[in-house]
Design a protein around this ligand. Structure first.
Ligand SMILES: Cc1cc2nc3c(=O)[nH]c(=O)nc-3n(C[C@H](O)[C@H](O)[C@H](O)COP(=O)(O)O)c2cc1C
Length: 207
């Protein structure tokens, strides 16, 4: 009897929120992520409150997963600081890039973030001038240097005005995206070219 096996792609969520007790949106997103089989949540602020990052542990986690998702609130048009420290320490020369550095080649990476500003603010003619994807250029290029497939970001806009039901809908959308990445049903080419994945503004609060 022929046996058909479906290769699942383990997903690692690098979760970075410095005040998760006060989070409305990321808390629900990360709870939704934790409920998806095959998803590992690595809570960086919980594990490294003093930023004393265990590089060997982080590299082992990366090696064991095919998909890497940086989940965080948008802080000053970028990530909370522990994710920068994580990059500086974990993505070592000779391991992640450079001579002999091939540990991450072929893996998938994306940002899943929440922004206080509405989607309209992240346009060339808006107050922030740049799209979220443009603002994430250093992360995109870091992923590319490491030989990874960088996908468009999953973004929840206008967080301060979201109603509970809208937050639940975004959490469900995030879980569906993670499930698709795990199962290999996401078109990586299209997701790499897109400006955003799973984004939507609050339908009732435009500005
Ligand atoms: C230090 C700090 C910097 C922030 N910078 C931005 C920013 O650059 N752009 C933006 O849209 N929102 C910004 N915000 C708003 C947060 O992104 C927003 O509060 C968060 O996404 C809400 O998610 P949470 O409910 O999980 O905390 C900032 C908030 C803080 C505290």
């Amino acid at each position: 009897m022929a046996v058909t096996t479906t290769a699942l792609h383990p997903v690692l969520v690098l979760f970075a929120h410095p005040a998760v007790a006060r989070s409305r949106v990321n808390l629900r997103l990360v709870e939704a992520a934790r409920a998806v089989p095959g998803v590992t949540v690595n809570d960086l602020y919980e594990r490294y409150p003093d930023f004393d990052i265990d590089v060997a542990r982080e590299q082992e986690l990366l090696a064991a997963h095919d998909v890497v998702v940086m989940q965080h609130p948008f802080y000053w048009y970028s990530t909370p600081s522990i994710l920068k420290e994580w990059q500086d320490l974990v993505l070592e020369h000779g391991w992640a890039y450079g001579r002999g550095g091939r540990a991450l080649v072929g893996k998938v990476m994306l940002n899943a973030l929440t922004a206080g500003g509405p989607e309209q603010a992240y346009r060339p003619d808006g107050p922030n001038q740049f799209t979220i994807r443009e603002l994430l250029a250093p992360l995109e290029q870091t992923a590319r240097l490491c030989g990874m497939h960088y996908l468009a970001p999953f973004v929840v806009f206008g967080t301060h005005r979201l109603r509970p039901a809208e937050i639940e809908a975004h959490a469900a959308g995030f879980a569906a995206l993670l499930t698709g990445l795990r199962d290999g049903t996401v078109d990586l080419e299209a997701a790499g070219r897109a400006p955003l994945l799973g984004a939507s503004s609050s339908p009732t609060h435009g500005g």
